[in-house]
Design a protein around this ligand. Structure first.
Ligand code: NAP
Length: 325
């Protein structure tokens, strides 16, 4: 039995990054738990669907403006930060998104007496040793939020491998590529991942909200087994029931491809992504016991959404998909 946080129905939670893939799954579950939610978004007109959930207020605020952030957090007891980017662009950088923003979030939490912060990081994030700017910036942000425990903020961070589930950016992206390209040149085919189900990630966040013992912890989150990138792309092709020639590129060609694809529409691959894939995205330990679940295999979920054109599947109850309860 764990030491409980305040009842979920009494929680008032500010969520940053609610409009993204993980955010939508998490908000869906938090609504079911009866929490009062304030979703801080930058383009409310693009996310009108978020306003239909009961107990949810959508607030238009510039999270990078410290004063706006403080105003947005007023009255919340908990903040969840899911904001992250995989690639820099003309408008934003890893430094602004993964380092400066967590610092501002901590300051706003302290100013508004927010006592609990759940922070999304990434597996292999490391301020000093991360092989890519993405992973180093994620590591710095993680260290910044945990340092705030000295100011009375109870912080838990989550470090997932690649996350899969309805609406994901991983299998869905490869599915699009596989549907249109008869031959698929694949950079970093031997890069390793242990994909973790978004429902399991959501479960970890919800458990952390309930269990005080999770404060101060950093949790690596992985699925039950590791695969090479080539195995995952071949698996996606099998699910889609299409035959494709997948050509794994060697290291020099992978680097060259990353250099070229950074300029392609949608930025499918960048030199920094290439560097991130130089370390295995696999956990050293089992799924943390505190969450009380066995992680879900890709085979139990991916076929339910990948070969459907209808992405409304993204709103399914994660426990039903995973065969829980
Ligand atoms: N998905 C994965 O496989 C994976 C793996 C490891 C870690 N993570 C981490 O998990 C978190 C959520 O990932 P996700 O897959 O849900 O990402 P996502 O779908 O791209 O969502 C990102 C969210 O962050 C917001 N955002 C991005 N840049 C912003 C900025 N400069 N200012 C304000 N808001 C901004 C987006 O808002 P808009 O809707 O307005 O764009 C969106 O709500 C991220 O921190 C990510 O690094 C994800």
């Amino acid at each position: 039995m764990f030491e409980v946080e305040p009842e979920m129905k009494k929680r008032s939670i500010c969520v940053l990054g609610a409009s993204g893939f993980v955010g939508r799954h998490l908000v869906n579950q938090l609504v079911k738990e009866g929490c009062r939610l304030r979703l801080i978004v930058r383009h409310p007109e693009r996310h009108r669907d978020l306003t239909v959930w009961p107990g949810v207020a959508v607030v238009d605020a510039d999270v990078h403006d410290p004063e706006a952030l403080k105003r947005a957090f007023a009255g919340c007891d908990t903040v969840i930060n899911l904001i992250g980017i995989l690639n820099e662009n003309r408008k934003t950088t890893f430094q602004a998104t993964h380092v400066d923003l967590p610092r501002k979030i901590v300051q706003a939490c302290v100013a508004q007496d927010v006592t609990r912060l759940l922070h999304m990081s990434a597996l292999n994030a490391d301020a000093a040793k991360g092989p890519s700017r993405y992973l180093r910036s994620k590591g710095k942000g993680e260290d910044i939020v945990h340092a705030a425990s000295a100011q009375g903020l109870r912080v838990t961070s989550f470090r997932p491998s690649v996350i899969f589930g309805p609406g994901d950016h991983f299998f869905n992206r490869f599915a699009t590529l596989l549907k249109f390209a008869p031959i698929v040149p694949l950079a970093c085919p031997e890069a390793r991942f242990a994909p973790v189900y978004v429902g399991d990630v959501v479960h970890a966040f919800i458990t952390a909200l309930r269990d005080k013992a999770t404060a101060g912890e950093r949790y690596d989150l992985c699925g039950p087994r590791g695969y090479t990138l080539r195995q995952l792309v071949e698996y996606a092709a099998r699910v889609l029931d299409i035959d494709r020639i997948i050509i794994g590129l060697g290291d020099s060609l992978s680097r060259l491809m990353a250099g070229i694809m950074q300029f392609a529409p949608g930025t499918p691959l960048t030199p920094d992504n290439y560097l991130s894939m130089q370390v295995n995205s696999e956990c050293k330990e089992e799924f943390p016991a505190v969450f009380g679940i066995q992680p879900t295999a890709i085979e139990a979920v991916v076929p339910f959404y990948l070969n459907k054109r209808d992405q409304r599947a993204r709103y399914y109850d994660y426990r039903r998909i995973a065969g829980r309860d």
